[in-house]
Design a protein around this ligand. Structure first.
Ligand SMILES: Cc1cc2nc3c(=O)[nH]c(=O)nc-3n(C[C@H](O)[C@H](O)[C@H](O)COP(=O)(O)OP(=O)(O)OC[C@H]3O[C@@H](n4cnc5c(N)ncnc54)[C@H](O)[C@@H]3O)c2cc1C
Length: 366
């Protein structure tokens, strides 16, 4: 049996590696010529994403490229610690994650073709922008937020809309305390920063009715806050791209006729869980393929297994965006209430998110 994976970002190479582990031949098609390398923003993988990688033997290689950060700290813009909790995560450059996953997939025997963009799929036969075609028993759409596969699988699927936040970030030489991933709810924007092996990585998440402008003086957004933001930003030695956060107004159908969507193609998500959820999807898909009698049954099982978790994650991500775009009054309430709730519910309330285990060794059951 043979699978075609469209997209060589995060979900694509993980799907390829996992499908190789269950004995399938796999070809990955990626639109761009090269992995991003040191360019691009950073991602944090949660314990759930790392556990899913571990199930297919990929966690050690990924962890080796990043920095393990054991604590999460939330701050108000007035410098008050709103909450602190132990939360295992590994932070690494997105380019390094993609590169490592592609190498693992290729090392396991998957063919990785770069510089070839999918145009269409008809009857499990794919057409690419250079005129070439390919055919497989399963076509996996791992082509990200602006997915072409999404509209092929579900022609009525919504297109992504602006989520009310834009982000910019970078790598700074300003030293900060290691061991914690910090999120500060400033008066005008949220500031995320952490000490890593690549220096101090930071992101500004800026609520705005319209995206941008990218050229705005980012440090000035944090001038009135009590946080290291302005010092970190002023000593930025590498800027990461300006990004507009988008969401899907409705959830698309995730499979049809031997085609299936994974990762951002199915559910672009914030809350620092997009990559972890994409990894989970890819591993669960391979497990369903392994355990079902036919591809269509595997895709039914996959959709049923993933739908409740994806829906819950989308609700949580929506609430996280609300906290970041809170007006002055809502922000005051958040700053007063959060320490109380965080102390009592932080670990228990988010266990469903981080404790999730794809349970690779047991049969897939929808
Ligand atoms: C600024 C920012 C910060 C983020 N931080 C985090 C974080 O800390 N933690 C986290 O978990 N998530 C984070 N995310 C989200 C995370 O990056 C995504 O959820 C994750 O990359 C999704 O993986 P994917 O494989 O579905 O899509 P992608 O990683 O986007 O990969 C899709 C791939 O498909 C390729 N492609 C697209 N169209 C075609 C086509 N037609 N033919 C062939 N190839 C195609 C693309 O070139 C790309 O390589 C962040 C996102 C942003 C924008």
């Amino acid at each position: 049996m043979r699978a075609m994976v469209i997209g060589g970002g995060v979900a694509g190479p993980v799907a390829a590696l996992a499908l190789r582990r269950v004995g399938w031949d796999v070809t990955v098609y990626e639109a761009y010529a090269d992995p991003a390398g040191d360019v691009g923003s950073f991602v944090s993988l949660g314990a759930n994403g790392l556990r899913a990688l571990d199930a297919i033997g990929a966690a050690a290689a990924v962890t080796a490229r990043g920095t393990a950060i054991p604590l999460l700290r939330l701050w108000s813009g007035r410098g008050r610690l709103l909450g602190e909790t132990a939360r295992e995560r590994v932070t690494l450059m997105r380019g390094h994650l993609v590169e490592t996953l592609r190498d693992l997939a290729a090392g396991a025997g998957a063919e990785v073709v770069t510089g070839r963009r999918l145009i269409d799929v008809r009857g499990r036969s794919a057409v690419f922008d250079d005129g070439t075609r390919d055919r497989a028993d399963l076509v996996v759409g791992a082509d990200g937020i602006h997915s072409r596969m999404r509209t092929i699988v579900d022609p009525r699927a919504a297109t992504p809309v602006y989520a009310g936040l834009w982000t910019i970030g970078g790598r700074s030489t300003h030293p900060v305390e290691p061991g914690a991933f910090n999120l500060t709810f400033g008066a005008r924007a949220t500031f995320v920063h952490a000490a890593t092996a690549h220096g101090t990585l930071w992101t500004a998440q800026v609520p705005a009715g319209r995206p941008g402008p990218a050229a705005e003086d980012v440090a000035a957004l944090f001038a009135g806050d009590r946080s290291p933001a302005t010092r970190v930003i002023e000593r930025t030695e590498q800027w990461h791209p300006f990004t507009v956060m988008r969401r899907l107004p409705s959830t698309p159908a995730v499979h049809r006729d031997g085609m299936v969507l994974v990762g951002d193609a199915a559910h672009p998500i914030g809350a620092g869980q997009g990559a972890s959820l994409a990894i989970e999807d890819a591993v669960v898909l391979a497990k369903c393929v392994r355990d079902a009698a036919a591809v269509d049954q595997a895709l039914e099982a996959f959709a049923a297994l993933r739908a409740p978790r994806t829906a819950r994650m989308l609700r949580t991500a929506g609430a996280t965006v609300d906290a970041k775009v809170a007006g002055p009054l809502a922000a005051r309430v958040r700053d007063v209430m959060m320490p109380f709730f965080f102390r009592r519910f932080a670990a228990r309330g988010s266990a469903w998110m981080y404790d999730y285990d794809v349970d690779w060794t047991t049969p897939a059951q929808a």
